[in-house]
Design a protein around this ligand. Structure first.
Ligand code: WTA
Length: 641
């Protein structure tokens, strides 16, 4: 298989970019010719950013799983689609060919049908990184059910909120998940999430760890039993079929919850056709994937990176994608390098936080590995610092692998700003240039465009690309307010950026109240809400501070009624509450008890001051004269952790 839309030189990139700007509809309809459509579109694009409304490939009919699986079967049925590496390196690995993937997805689609799931129903998926997670996601897509994958680090309460928001009737989970030396009891978390829930009708449970689980009659069913039954239904005379549901281009494909500046996570909705075209296009071009290459994206499928660049993008391109169940530091910090040598991985796509953490373990874990199969390295999720970039380049890429620094978001569906490996130049710490079809601009506080080079501003995008967010589930106005209202007629990313003399973009970080902790997004308001639920907490304010490994750490200032006994135990109590309300990923790194918070006379918390103190900047706090009680700042400075 070759990719008609693959860019092969810097000149071709320039041409493609120019064409995409002059004639976006012509450009994307040409790219879309490289996919399988039951019926082609009537209109390439219909849009306005004021509602907002974005409809790509309007009138087209398709099923994304026919593009990700069926169309590859004839020529590549025996080729590996997914290579799975278990948490425990001693356990047997699994290679899932396209034929096998087809069979399993058909079977699971039949299981969903047997359990009453219909097109448009919401199915929540809470599983570890096992191939069955891929079958569950693609099985939903095959029958047109909307999947909502929830990362394993979220608590029962977070799951309950998401089930409620999406009005989900079905759950797919595992008894437990292996991560390093831990065994995480997923089904038991689901059971807690379901206390008081009235919408969920069925829970399908895959056995991974054989942890004892409660199975409620009439509600909970075993994956294995259901799959066995379905096998007889989908297989006749050795031939497997399960007709894919015919979807409209704009039918929703999935919901993925993400944090914003308000206390409540938003359900970002992506639709079928645009998401498919853009993830495959960006996958092939950014990583310069060649047929036969092995692509290893280390993200979890619970995040957008896993959706777009472990599953949909690579599979739509007929690629071989790795799925790793474990963590980079177990059994030791050489695990990624073991995997790369074992499978001869060609493309490694990971997060700066993982690189920094592995750097910390020293080169001893890298030595003894060949790593000579690697052709391309990538990073995602947060800005990469020069030191980590150099380490990655020298020790992993051996100075011969281009590094792509890919900037994008849950809401953008795919990579928007990045160099293309070996095609357009890399520049350390810069995401560099927009992909064809992406029209970024910088604006000032008042929404006025900042033109020219060597300038900084808030990063906005002018024109829709195919995988732009369509809505926030159940609340379209929230989508408009969050992304399309700060600057009229523009998509606002929430990030700040710098543009150099060659037009390269460097992402400088969030300009809103969103933190990026180990590449995970957390809303400060969300963490504050969780802390405030703890008995005895009067008020709290959460800010980020620079953290060597996590990128940003979470610093919480907490007013407590009166601390009983040991302050450290009270801190532990608060951490427990945050773990219950959101999950372990949101635990603050530092909790400082304070007598008050710096507030303006109108009662607004001056976060700027708190941020500076958390960063260790004790002088130059700026103007504090408008504070209600300037004395509180000195108290806070004294107690800094
Ligand atoms: C940040 C992850 C700098 C950014 C795909 C964005 C980055 C947020 C980069 C989205 C990068 C992502 N350089 N910052 N290459 N990639 N970010 O939704 O602040 O989990 O807004 O999507 O991560 O995080 P999300």
């Amino acid at each position: 298989m070759s990719y008609p839309y693959q860019i092969k030189s810097a000149a071709q990139y320039q041409d493609a970019y120019k064409k995409s700007k002059e004639d976006p509809e012509g450009f994307w309809s040409e790219v879309a010719e490289g996919f399988y459509w039951r019926k082609k579109w009537d209109k390439v694009l219909d849009w306005n950013f004021s509602e907002p409304k974005t409809e790509w490939f309007k009138g087209a009919k398709l099923n994304i799983t026919e593009n990700c699986i069926d169309r590859h079967l004839e020529k590549m049925g025996d080729k590996p689609a997914i290579i799975w590496e278990p948490n425990n390196p001693e356990e047997r690995t699994r290679v899932v060919t396209y034929n096998r993937l087809h069979k399993r997805v058909c079977q699971f689609a039949q299981v969903l049908k047997n359990n009453g799931v219909k097109k448009g129903d919401r199915v929540c998926i809470y599983m570890g990184m096992v191939p069955e997670l891929a079958y569950a996601v693609l099985g939903c897509a095959r029958i047109g059910a909307i999947h909502s994958v929830i990362f394993g680090g979220f608590s029962a309460q977070s799951i309950a909120d998401r089930l409620y928001d999406a009005n989900a009737e079905f759950i797919v989970t595992c008894d437990g998940a292996y991560r390093g030396n831990k065994d995480i009891p997923l089904k038991s978390v689901i059971d807690d999430a379901l206390i008081g829930n009235r919408t969920v009708k069925k829970v399908i449970v895959y056995t991974r760890t054989r942890t004892p689980v409660s199975m409620i009659k009439g509600r909970d069913v075993w994956w294995e039993d259901e799959m066995e039954h379905a096998e007889h239904q989908v297989e006749q005379e050795g031939k497997v079929t399960f007709p894919a549901e015919e979807m409209d281009a704009e039918d929703p494909l999935f919901i993925l919850y993400t944090s914003g500046s308000t206390g409540k996570p938003k359900g970002v909705v992506h639709s079928c056709a645009g998401y498919m075209v853009y993830t495959a296009y960006s996958f092939v071009n950014v990583f310069q994937y060649e047929p036969g290459d092995i692509h290893f994206c280390t993200a979890d499928i619970g995040w957008i990176t896993g959706h777009s660049y472990i599953l949909y993008g690579p599979l739509a391109a007929g690629a071989t994608t790795m799925m790793f169940e474990g963590i980079p530091t177990w059994p030791d910090a050489g695990r990624f390098w073991d995997i790369i040598d074992k499978y001869k991985v060609n493309i490694l796509y990971t997060a700066p936080t993982a690189i920094r953490s592995l750097m910390g373990f020293g080169l001893g874990h890298v030595h003894g590995h060949k790593l000579d199969s690697l052709k391309v390295l990538g990073t995602v999720g947060e800005p990469i610092n020069q030191e980590a970039w150099n380490w990655y380049d020298e020790n992993i890429g051996k100075g011969k692998c281009p590094i792509v620094d890919t900037w994008w978001q849950t809401e953008t569906g795919g990579i928007l700003i990045s160099n293309m490996a070996g095609i357009t130049p890399a520049k350390a710490t810069y995401a560099t240039l927009p992909l064809p079809g992406v029209d970024p601009m910088l604006v000032d506080e008042n929404g006025k465009e900042i033109e020219g080079n060597n300038v900084s501003g808030n990063l906005c995008i002018r024109h829709p690309w195919p995988s732009i967010i369509r809505t926030t589930y159940g609340d379209h106005e929230r989508c408009r307010l969050n992304y399309f209202s700060a600057y009229p007629e523009l998509y606002f990313t929430g990030d700040g950026a710098y543009r150099d003399e060659e037009g390269n973009y460097r992402i400088t970080g969030r300009v809103d109240d969103v933190l990026n902790v180990s590449g995970h997004r957390l809303g400060t308001a969300e963490v504050e809400n969780a802390i405030n639920m703890h008995a005895g907490v009067v008020e709290s304010a959460v800010v980020g501070y620079p953290h060597d490994i996590k990128g940003q750490g979470v610093y919480a200032y907490v007013i407590f009624e009166h601390v009983h006994g040991d302050e450290n135990l009270t801190r532990q109590d608060i951490l427990q509450t945050v773990t219950r309300v959101i999950g372990p990923i949101a635990k603050p790194d530092k909790i400082q008890f304070v007598p008050g918070l710096p507030k303006t006379r109108s009662g607004k918390i001056m976060r700027r001051i708190l941020r500076k103190i958390a960063e260790g900047e004790m002088e130059n706090l700026g103007d504090t004269s408008t504070l209600l009680d300037p004395g509180v700042v000195d108290e806070i400075k004294k107690g800094k952790l």
